[in-house]
Design a protein around this ligand. Structure first.
Ligand code: GDP
Ligand code: MG
Length: 162
């Protein structure tokens, strides 16, 4: 079977932009409005000749209600059914309470988690990522999904974790 990589995190951190970067096409819907991706959306991906499925999810939020709760539930199912989880944080914002809550959910899943510090568009923002060690998920992988910075190294590490 083809291994599955789930991309999760708060709304608007750049999950869909990262998914597009990974699949090399603009297929996942990127929006300035949070919460566009409702479900788990799988895409075929390939890196260094290895095939895998990357799953885009809507934003995960704790104690969400109604539609947001349904979206969060889908993200949790994506985590449960993944071989590796890519957890995306916005480095321009830093770790929020919602990020901390997501980490607890991820720990309960016992899945391997790769921490991504997205929106590290320049060297100054890259340095901000050190604060994300506090999440306890190991080294933050600094990337700019928008500009492609760091995405090759991230893909290498995702494949190593599969
Ligand atoms: P999602 O809700 O987590 O899927 O986030 P999206 O991929 O839809 O992106 C939300 C917003 O963040 C959009 O305006 C993106 O263009 C922007 N964005 C995503 N990645 C980056 C990045 O690496 N740098 C910057 N500056 N903006 C980004
Ligand atoms: Mg999205």
């Amino acid at each position: 079977p083809v291994p599955v990589v789930a991309v999760v995190g708060r709304p608007n951190v750049g999950k869909s932009t990262l998914v597009n970067r990974i699949i090399g096409r603009r297929q996942a819907v990127v929006e300035d409005v949070p919460g566009v991706t409702r479900d788990r959306v799988p895409y075929d991906a390939q890196w260094n000749g290895r095939r895998f499925t990357v799953v885009d999810t809507g934003g995960w939020e704790p104690d969400a209600r109604d539609r947001a709760a349904a979206i969060a539930a889908q993200a949790e199912i994506a985590v449960q059914t993944a071989d590796v989880v890519v957890f995306v944080v916005d480095v321009t914002v830093g770790a929020t309470d919602v990020d901390e809550a997501a980490v607890k959910m991820l720990r309960r899943s016992h899945k391997p988690v790769i921490l991504v510090a997205n929106k590290a568009d320049n060297q100054n923002l890259e340095m901000e990522a050190v604060s994300l060690w506090s999440l306890g998920l190991g080294e933050p992988h600094t990337i700019s999904a928008l500009h492609g910075r760091g995405s090759g190294d991230l893909l290498d590490d995702i494949l190593s974790a599969l």
